[in-house]
Design a protein around this ligand. Structure first.
Ligand SMILES: [Zn+2]
Ligand SMILES: [Zn+2]
Ligand SMILES: [Zn+2]
Length: 87
């Protein structure tokens, strides 16, 4: 009997492992915690990654993008912030 192992494509492209050690570029709180707006980590406070690979709490990013001075730029690298698609 021949068994084909087809698990190579199971390698995740999700950056969570890497993000564990990193902090939000806006509030400077670690991603394993929540943004200052939230009490508990979880789905209500997801992490948003831009195409520039900078990551922020969703709430921090929304607050930032709403300020006039942001001009929709990434607060870290000042490039236009484009949402990195998760898929
Ligand atoms: Zn934050
Ligand atoms: Zn939050
Ligand atoms: Zn950036």
């Amino acid at each position: 009997m021949k068994v084909t192992i087809n698990r190579w494509n199971a390698i995740s492209t999700w950056h969570w492992d890497k993000l564990q050690d990193e902090v939000c570029g806006i509030c400077r709180v670690a991603f394993e915690g929540t943004c200052p707006t939230c009490k508990y980590p979880g789905d209500d406070c997801p992490i948003i990654i831009g195409e520039c690979q900078h990551a922020f709490h969703m709430h921090c990013l929304i607050k930032w993008l709403k300020t006039e001075s942001s001009r929709e730029l990434c607060p870290m690298c000042r490039r236009k912030f484009v949402f990195h698609s998760a898929s």
